[in-house]
Design a protein around this ligand. Structure first.
Ligand SMILES: [Zn+2]
Length: 186
C-alpha cells in the first residue's frame, strides 16, 4: 500500500488569544485552501517570526488551536538562530520561543517553536491494512533519483484522518518529493 507524501512549508497555528493580538479583536481567518486533514486549511493571513538573528514569514494554518505553535524546518531554525527541537505536533513544553509580528500587533511566545517530527496520518481502517498502531514509529522509503529511507516516522491514527505522510521542507527537498510522490513502509 502506497502512502501519499506531502511537504509542509513552515507555518503557524494560532490560539484565539494570540490571533486577536496579532490581527485584532474578533478577527476571523480567511481560507486560502483546504489541507488534506479534514477541517484544516491554510489561511490567506501571514505573520512574521523574528529573533535577534533574522526574520521569516509564516503562513497561518487554521482553525485556531488551544496553543500557538510554529513549525519550522531545521534550516529555518538555523536562519533564526533558534535551537531546533524536534517534537510531535502539540508537544510544545520547554521548546524555544520567539517574537511573532502581525498587522495589528506583536507578541512574544515563551515556547511553541518546533521542528515537527515526520509522521503519517491515517484512520483506523487504513491503519489495519498497513498493520500500524498509534504512536508507533516506522520507516518509509521514498523511491526515485533522490530516494531515501526516513526512519522515526511517527504514526498518528484518528477516525477523521486521511492517509498521508507529512515531511518538512528540508526532508521533502532532500528526497526530491513532488506532488506525485508516494512512500512505502519497509
Ligand atoms: Zn501532519
Amino acid at each position: 500500500m502506497r502512502i501519499p507524501v506531502e511537504v509542509s512549508a513552515r507555518h503557524v497555528h494560532l490560539s484565539r488569544k494570540d490571533l486577536e493580538k496579532l490581527f485584532g479583536k474578533d478577527y476571523k481567518l480567511r481560507k486560502l485552501k483546504d489541507l488534506t486533514l479534514p477541517g484544516e486549511f491554510s489561511a490567506k493571513e501571514g505573520i512574521k517570526i523574528k529573533t535577534k538573528r533574522g526574520e521569516l514569514s509564516l503562513r497561518v494554518v487554521g482553525p485556531e488551536r488551544k496553543e500557538t505553535q510554529v513549525e519550522l524546518s531545521i534550516t529555518d531554525a538555523f536562519c533564526l538562530g533558534i535551537d531546533p527541537v524536534v517534537r510531535v505536533s502539540g508537544s510544545i513544553e520547554s521548546t524555544p520561543g520567539a517574537f511573532l509580528i502581525g498587522p495589528n500587533g506583536k507578541i512574544r511566545i515563551n515556547n511553541g517553536v518546533i521542528v515537527a517530527q515526520r509522521h503519517i496520518h491515517c484512520n483506523k481502517k487504513e491503519a489495519e491494512k498497513l498493520k500500524l498502531k498509534n504512536n508507533q514509529t516506522v520507516s518509509v522509503e521514498i523511491p526515485g533519483k533522490r530516494g531515501l529511507v526516513f526512519k522515526q516516522v511517527k504514526v498518528r491514527i484518528k477516525d477523521n484522518y486521511i492517509l498521508v505522510m507529512h515531511l518538512d521542507a528540508d526532508e521533502g527537498n532532500s528526497a526530491g518529493v513532488d506532488k506525485k510522490t508516494f512512500g512505502y513502509l519497509i
